[in-house]
Design a binder for this molecule. Structure first.
Ligand SMILES: Nc1nc2c(ncn2[C@@H]2O[C@H](COP(=O)(O)OP(=O)(O)OP(=O)(O)O)[C@@H](O)[C@H]2O)c(=O)[nH]1
Ligand SMILES: [Mg+2]
Length: 199
């Protein structure tokens, strides 16, 4: 749809939105591409590739109207990312998360191959503090197997026992159906409580 680096560039809120959040290089753009089955979001091995909020309209096959918007956000908390990116967070990302009224769900992505980072915890605390519903997605699960995968998930949930993580791999498609199901459920519930959105 569009690419925004300021609040006045956000598209008019019309349908439920799902935001993809997480540290730089965690795999946000790759999860979007995996869910949509197309390479529409630019990915890169260089952290900090996504610098604007990129909005994608999603249509179910055979239906003319878009039913959800995916927003791909710039990453945060990666040492090699220059300071000006950190300042974008306060400029348009924080206002987006706080004020966007069509934002139905935040997906907080964590890399299952990296131990929980302070910045992951800060994101969850921030989302909790502003009352945004979120779901955690554990990325790059293909690099782990069996026990190590289970242990990694435990490390992320041990301080927050009520938290659920959907393990995901953009490489193998693990978690794709489960995540779609969750997204649909959140959109459904959100729409039921937001009659002012034109659906
Ligand atoms: N093995 C594996 N690698 C992945 C997976 N998802 C992403 N990657 C790799 O991780 C790197 C970063 O992926 P991106 O999707 O660009 O990450 P991002 O979070 O959008 O990064 P920024 O836009 O820089 O914040 C790329 O080299 C991807 O190929 C996955 O499921 N498995
Ligand atoms: Mg990206």
């Amino acid at each position: 749809m569009t690419s925004a680096t300021a609040t006045n560039q956000f598209p008019a809120p019309a349908i439920p939105e799902v935001a993809f959040l997480g540290r730089s290089n965690v795999g946000k753009s790759s999860v979007i591409n995996s869910l949509l089955g197309t390479k529409i979001a630019k990915t890169s091995s260089t952290p900090g590739r996504t610098r604007s909020i990129n909005f994608f309209e999603v249509r179910w096959p055979g239906r003319p109207q878009p039913e959800v918007v995916f927003s791909d956000l710039p990453g945060y908390g990666y040492a090699r990312v220059p300071r000006e990116i950190a300042s974008q967070w306060s400029g348009f990302i924080e206002p987006y998360l706080k004020e966007r009224r069509c934002l139905a769900l935040c997906l907080a992505l964590v890399d299952l191959n990296v131990p929980p980072q302070d910045s992951d915890k800060e994101l969850l605390d921030f989302l909790n503090s502003i009352g945004r519903p979120f779901l955690m997605v554990g990325t790059k699960a293909d690099k782990l197997s069996g026990n190590t995968l289970r242990k990694s998930i435990e490390a992320f949930t041990k301080d927050m026992p009520h938290l659920r993580i959907v393990p995901f791999s953009a490489r193998t498609g693990l978690g794709r159906d489960e995540l779609w199901q969750e997204i649909r459920q959140f959109i459904h519930n959100f729409s039921a409580h937001s009659p002012e959105l034109a659906l």
